[in-house]
Design a protein around this ligand. Structure first.
Ligand code: GDP
Length: 295
């Protein structure tokens, strides 16, 4: 993950090796390289420009006589700014209601269903929750089956109504079922399309309005780079979601989505998916991700 970006950044910092101090010229040269590396990692153009502008200002501003070498100073500033770019602090999910309700949104293939299973498992094991998974995809019977298989693997029951064509009602019924049977967490997996369409957006918006979830999460494939960011923007306009789940970070992703999404939609990344297995999920920690990027 991000290997290319890490290498490129490391190379940019080399420009400052052996320099006695930071100057307008060597900073400009370094940051030209940094910006190119970010753009090649598919970071949004404006995000990359603002990033290097901020780093430049800080580097020149902190250019007092210190014991810190220019290259070390630059690495530290880039680290801090990468952390900020990805949201600064770790963003937690907030589950207030009983049962608490989490709604999943995103395109088909983004990893929604897999993440629903992963999250149910994680919250059951780590937070002692009693989850109920809900299959709200009324278009693909295979989607219900897939969630059931995942449910079995993580030992969490799945609520579904195979005959129903009304996802809003299924979600509401599932919450009633959870109340009646003492589940304290309801995770609603919804239908996704291959591309954004009006009907799908209306449907998920209607589900959200009806069930008023504690958390609406937007799940997106990190491998899709700038498309991930554009899709996030469109979903956010309709759903005003609480957080992003970036999946497939184990793949050959260049990093653009992870670095741009926070700034573009102003919503935090809360979780990352790092594999197909059900334990391949982590909370997203911006500072740790910056550590990894800078190697
Ligand atoms: P959905 O259509 O949004 O529900 O997506 P699925 O959960 O069915 O996932 C689509 C495909 O991506 C499946 O083959 C999953 O195994 C795979 N997948 C999901 N999350 C990850 C991940 O974090 N890493 C990898 N490598 N594959 C993933």
């Amino acid at each position: 993950m991000f290997d290319n970006l890490s290498e490129r950044l490391e190379r940019s910092f080399k420009i400052l090796k052996g320099e006695g101090k930071i100057t307008e010229i060597n900073v400009a040269e370094t940051l030209k390289d940094v910006r190119r590396a970010l753009l090649d990692a598919d970071v949004n153009y404006k995000v990359a420009k603002n990033f290097t502008d901020t780093v430049k200002e800080k580097a020149l501003g902190q250019n007092v006589l210190t014991a810190v070498k220019p290259s070390q100073l630059m690495v530290k500033i880039v680290h801090d700014e990468l952390t900020k770019l990805m949201g600064g602090d770790t963003a937690e999910i907030e589950l207030k209601n009983r049962p608490a309700v989490i709604l999943m949104s995103g395109l088909q293939g983004s990893g929604k269903t897999t993440f629903s299973g992963k999250l149910a498992r994680m919250l059951k094991m780590k937070k002692n929750r009693k989850p109920l998974l809900v299959a709200c995809d009324v278009y693909r019977p295979a989607a219900i089956e897939q969630l059931k298989v995942l449910g079995q693997q993580v030992e969490v029951p799945v609520y579904s109504e195979p005959e129903s064509k009304n996802p809003v009602q299924i979600a509401l019924n599932a919450i009633q079922e959870a109340k009646a049977k003492g589940y304290d967490l309801v995770i609603v997996d919804t239908a996704g399309r291959l591309a954004i369409d009006e009907q799908m957006m209306n449907e998920i918006e209607a589900i959200k309005n009806a069930i008023n979830p504690d958390e609406t999460l937007f799940v997106v494939d990190a491998m899709t780079g700038q498309d991930a960011v554009n899709t996030a923007r469109e979903f956010n306009e309709r759903l005003d979601f609480n957080g992003v789940v970036l999946t497939k970070l184990d793949g050959d992703t260049r990093g653009g989505a992870a670095l741009s999404i926070r700034t573009v939609v102003n919503k935090p990344i809360k979780f990352v998916g790092t594999g197909e297995k059900l334990d391949a999920v982590d909370q997203f920690h911006p500072a740790r991700m910056a550590d990894r990027i800078l190697g």
